[in-house]
Ligand binder design. Structure first.
Ligand code: ZN
Length: 725
């Protein structure tokens, strides 16, 4: 039987996790672990389909891996289908396997190419014979009935948190590692699939752990739901540790590597290496989305390696797994991940290929990566701005009013930082330690609504140590479980108190504006209004939080309340001017604090108004109060990142300029340039050599006053300015 954690242990696990999160005492995770993990720079994954054995040509793939200069592979081994002669009863061998061992053939071939090899298993489904032998291994729906697979009705979905994973898959993992000496086991879809599981094990284990029945609704304010979220994380963490310990017992260097950690904090605690599975665009997907995923993982993994899984096909809800995208789209998807510190990992389903157009595309990407590898082994980011990544806000905060979604605030802020060409990182709420935070001059809270007291305190101390803050909307108005506070947790920093009612935000507001006010004492406008000289007012956002301030300083931005937008005869302001501040600015000497009590970031994501972009850009620049680490002049939309390697500094320029950029598809590359790049030299040292890696040209920088200036003639998709010490 599995060893479900008892209620007492559960409380200990979650209390310990909460305490760690709240004090930020989780390890720094910045040390690269000993072992093989940091060696591979380019990954490949081949996921076989059941009828591949006997039809696909392993040598074709091994030749391709060699041409890619791939140094690690993830290969289908077992789970739903075994691609090797397994001895474990009920571990279904491919019906086409006969006496072959395609997994073994590929493992040996990759080893001969000096590659690291990780075995891929997928435990999420089984055949009817397994269900008949072990009905309790199958996930159950809310009605208690076994769950059929949503895509293939011949299969049954397994319970991820019961004996199937804890016992059966544990045996499979051990058999694979023992037989083939692989460097790890990577489990796809190892967490619950197809909805919550109501099987006998889950009902009983949840009851024993929490004293509650499994929640029947998704309402995140339901205490049973909150307990369930934490129990699920705790149970998956147990499973990770269980599998990992038994894999290590067989081969000490090997690891269990989940496809997707239970939460990011757990990845920080347990992982020596992580893989971010975000294969392609879906729906509305800005082209920086894969770079954002890289930042999310780096926020918890620090210096430890993260590989970005990309596919070559269209995904979308219809999952054309055998399709191929355009070269610019594949290139840009990978480039933005690379620029943000992730290593490429191409994944392909099916050993038999129909559409072969992607093969030379990926070869070109990997060849570039191989040639410039030494400039891509980053030691640390030189970004001076960090955006808080709050998983608990995403999990527990239901929005400040109907129609408000915290995730949209983050998206808007992300877009604004990219458009402002500000190099920035994400920092995770569980890791607000001085060693993480103090490398940044500005911390940005984009409606980080749910923050614990300890997290607020960590931010307060950061500001006391000289850090600056830009915060929006309902940041810190809720605790870590999304429960409303009487006042902002950071009221003292913002210089305001909450003055609203039961619903945290007012709105949606139509046809409301903001007045741009000069300082009555000097007659001059504040620098936060720079670039808006031509107008006395700009549009407001859609939601605002009612606040009051004890301070009497006039705000450079004040509310013009909404007025009718129809009939046209009625469209004139009833109140021309108010003293309701729309931004609060505090200059504390070394630190500066900017607080917007409205949804500037969320509205920016929805409307993308240029004036809101200008305000956000000015807010970050004013809060930073230092020359930007890198400035890029010239046309286009660019993702800019700055890195240190052991003996070099790099500036990545990813060209996101495209008429379809907010949807994702690319037809062609639209080069931008010339661009002028100005970089503050680390320690003011002049580099011995400056190279544009993609152009392949050595450039002569101008150096003056501790800054270096280079002209980049043109950027197609991705250019890297590499400066040798
Ligand atoms: Zn279950």
């Amino acid at each position: 039987m599995p060893d479900p954690i008892t209620r007492r242990e559960f409380l200990q696990v979650t209390a310990a996790a909460g305490a760690l999160a709240s004090t930020g005492l989780i390890g720094t995770a910045d040390q690269a672990a000993d072992g093989w993990f940091d060696r591979p720079m380019r990954w490949v994954q081949l996921t076989l389909v059941e009828n591949d054995p006997g039809s696909f040509d392993p040598q074709f793939w091994l030749d391709y891996f060699r041409r890619l200069h791939a140094d690690a592979a993830t290969l289908s081994a077992g789970g739903i289908v075994a691609y090797y002669p397994t001895e474990i009863p009920l571990h279904h061998r491919s019906a086409w396997l006969k006496d072959s061992d395609p997994f073994g053939t590929l493992v040996h071939g990759c080893r001969a190419l000096d590659m690291n090899v990780v075995a891929r298993v997928d435990p999420h489904a089984v055949r009817t014979e397994v269900k008949d032998a072990h009905p309790d291994w199958i996930a159950a729906g809310p009605d208690g009935q076994p769950r059929r697979h949503w895509a293939n009705p011949e299969l049954w979905v397994t319970c991820a948190l019961g004996p199937y994973n804890f016992e059966f898959m544990d045996r499979v993992n051990r058999e694979i590692v023992a037989k083939y000496g692989v460097d790890g086991v990577f489990a796809n879809r190892w967490a619950p699939q197809g909805g919550d599981c109501y099987c006998a094990h889950c009902r009983e284990n949840f009851r024993r752990a929490t004293g509650r029945e499994l929640p029947r609704t998704g309402d995140r304010r339901d205490p049973a739901r909150r307990a369930f979220v934490e129990w699920r994380i705790a149970r998956l963490t147990e499973l990770w540790k269980h599998w990992d310990a038994n894999i290590r017992a067989v081969r000490a260097e090997a690891r269990f590597i989940p496809n997707g950690p239970p939460d990011m904090k757990t990845a920080a605690e347990l992982a020596d290496i992580q893989f971010a599975d975000f294969q392609a665009r879906r729906g509305l997907t800005p082209p920086w989305a894969n770079g954002r995923r890289a930042k999310e993982f780096r926020a918890v993994m620090g210096r430890k390696p993260v590989a970005g899984i990309f596919s070559v096909g269209l995904e979308e809800p219809y999952r054309w797994k055998d399709s191929v995208q355009s070269e610019p789209e594949i290139q840009l998807w990978v480039a933005d991940a690379t620029a943000n510190g992730m290593r490429p990992w191409v994944t392909k389903f099916s050993g038999v290929i129909y559409d072969r157009r992607w093969l030379p595309i990926v070869e070109r990407i990997y060849d570039w990566h191989y040639r410039h590898e030494r400039y891509l082994r980053n030691e640390r980011s030189l970004a001076r701005v960090a955006l808080l990544d709050s998983e608990q806000t995403e999990t527990f905060h239901a929005g400040a009013a109907d129609g408000d979604r915290a995730a949209d605030h983050v998206l808007g802020m992300y877009q604004a930082l990219v458009e402002s060409r500000v190099p920035f990182d994400l920092v995770h709420e569980a890791l607000l330690t001085p060693d993480r935070l103090d490398q940044y001059k500005v911390l940005v809270l984009a409606d980080a609504a749910a923050l614990s007291d300890a997290q607020c305190d960590a931010i307060r101390k950061y500001v006391r140590r000289g850090g600056s803050l830009v915060a929006t909307f309902a940041s810190s108005l809720f605790d870590e479980y999304g429960v409303r506070r009487a006042d902002f947790g950071l009221a003292d920093l913002f210089g305001v108190s909450y003055a609203g009612g039961d619903v945290a935000a007012i709105g949606p507001m139509h046809n409301s504006y903001l007045s741009l006010d000069a300082d009555p004492a000097t007659g001059r406008r504040h620098p936060i209004l720079a670039g808006l000289e031509g107008t006395p007012r700009i549009i407001n956002g859609v939601f605002r939080v009612d606040v009051r301030s004890a301070r009497t300083a006039p705000s450079p931005l004040t509310l013009i309340p909404q007025y009718p937008d129809l009939p046209m005869e009625d469209v004139y302001p009833r109140v021309a001017h108010t003293d309701v501040a729309a931004v609060f600015l505090r200059d504390l000497g070394p630190s500066r604090v900017v607080y917007f009590p409205w949804d500037i970031d969320r509205t920016f994501w929805e409307v993308l108004a240029a004036d809101h972009l200008q305000l956000l850009k000015n807010a970050v620049a004013w809060a930073a109060n230092e020359p930007p680490v890198v400035e890029v002049q010239g046309r286009g939309v660019l993702d800019v990142t700055v890195w240190r390697q052991r003996a070099s500094t790099t500036v990545h320029l990813v060209n996101l300029t495209n008429p379809m950029m907010m949807k994702g598809p690319l037809r062609e590359t639209m080069p931008v340039g010339p661009l002028t790049v100005r970089l503050q030299l680390p320690q003011g040292k002049t580099p011995s050599k400056a190279t544009l890696l993609t152009a392949g040209t050595v450039v002569e920088p101008r150096v003056e006053n501790g800054a270096l200036t280079v002209t980049v003639p043109s950027v197609g998709v991705h250019e890297v300015l590499a400066l040798d010490d």
